[in-house]
Write a protein that binds this ligand. Structure first.
Ligand SMILES: [Zn+2]
Length: 203
């Protein structure tokens, strides 16, 4: 019998790409994203992430659906404001870079939800810069109006990725999504929105 290289007690049934050896399902679940530096490609990580995020989203959706809808719209605005502003600063930015940034945000936030430990977006170049700007906008919004929590943030990043892919496919020049975002969400408009929200809450 092959023994798990981590606990050296139970059967090693799963190939773990982080330790590059066989480990048991218990150690996989216990140390995933904590003691182990799991790559996003690991099928056990992907399954566990999909399941946990679906459960948490279902819990979130159980509260007032009207409130949930508003929170989702505000979060989408904050994320796309970062993209719109960044695209205005970098006119040659492509849809592909924006999509990579959104996917990296979703991945990093899901890792944090699962492990309780903050994770950097796992992407390079300008997509990383953009991913950090998106996370910064989410953080600003969180400080001012208390949303989004991470489950909502990951959900919105996923939905915006789908929207970006669709809009990008419809155009041939690789900037169709960015053009739409810049029309829908004016660059540098997050502060204005937050001020309006917080002043109407006070009066
Ligand atoms: Zn084990």
């Amino acid at each position: 019998m092959v023994v798990c290289v981590l606990c050296r007690q139970r059967k090693g049934k799963r190939f773990c790409p982080a330790v590059y050896n066989l480990i048991c399902p218990t150690c996989c679940g216990t140390h995933r994203l904590k003691k182990l530096n799991c790559p996003s490609s690991c099928p056990y990580l992907r399954q566990a992430k999909a399941l946990e995020m679906a459960q948490r989203e279902a819990e979130w959706a159980q509260k007032s659906s009207e409130r949930a809808e508003i929170e989702q719209r505000l979060t989408a605005f904050a994320l796309e404001e970062a993209i719109s502003t960044f695209a205005a600063e970098h006119p040659d930015l492509t849809d592909a870079e924006a999509i990579s940034a959104l996917q990296a945000v979703q991945d990093a936030v899901e890792r944090e939800v699962m492990s309780g430990i903050p994770h950097e977006p796992n992407v390079d170049g300008r997509a990383k810069e953009l991913a950090l700007r998106i996370l910064k906008n989410a953080q600003t919004m969180r400080q001012r109006i208390g949303i989004p929590h991470n489950v909502l943030l990951a959900r919105v990043a996923r939905l915006l990725t789908q929207r970006a892919m669709l809009l990008s496919q419809r155009t041939r020049d690789g900037q169709g999504y960015l053009r739409t975002v810049r029309i829908d969400v004016p660059p540098n408009s997050l502060e204005q929105l937050l001020e309006r929200l917080t002043s109407s809450a006070r009066s």
